[in-house]
Design a protein around this ligand. Structure first.
Ligand SMILES: [Zn+2]
Length: 130
């Protein structure tokens, strides 16, 4: 580009200056980043990536565990040791507490009919009572 053929306006000069100061993928100056951003550090409905009812299986599980804590007792067999998980009842994965129950790993796999998928047929609860 030949110089002197046209006059740069003040705004043009300022834009060139900003462009030269930018490094890599850094956002341009006067952009809200980090803590200045209104959604920074917000959880739940105010979070920048809040999907509402469109959230997927994994996101809903994370939400339930964060909101209601880690379950300590199985609601089906009453076991308190080992890993207790949140189990969805309706299969719709809503955020309502009543759609969820605490189950130990064995009950959870049984209720979700996981045994059919892997060919495991024994009922963990019946195993105990027999
Ligand atoms: Zn159980």
């Amino acid at each position: 580009m030949p110089t002197g053929t046209y006059k740069r306006t003040k705004e043009h000069n300022r834009n060139i200056s900003i462009g030269l100061k930018r490094i890599g993928h850094r956002p341009p100056p006067n952009t809200k980043t980090g803590k200045e951003c209104p959604s920074y550090g917000k959880r739940g409905t105010k979070a920048h990536a809040w999907k509402g009812e469109k959230a997927g299986y994994h996101a809903i599980h994370l939400f339930i565990r964060r909101k209601y804590g880690r379950p300590k007792k199985c609601e089906r067999c009453g076991i308190k040791t080992g890993k207790i998980e949140w189990s969805n009842i309706s299969g719709k994965y809503s955020r309502a507490r009543k759609d969820w129950r605490r189950l130990c790993v064995k009950c959870h796999r049984f209720v979700d009919k996981w045994y059919e998928k892997v060919g495991y047929k024994k009922n963990h609860k019946n195993e105990k009572t027999n």
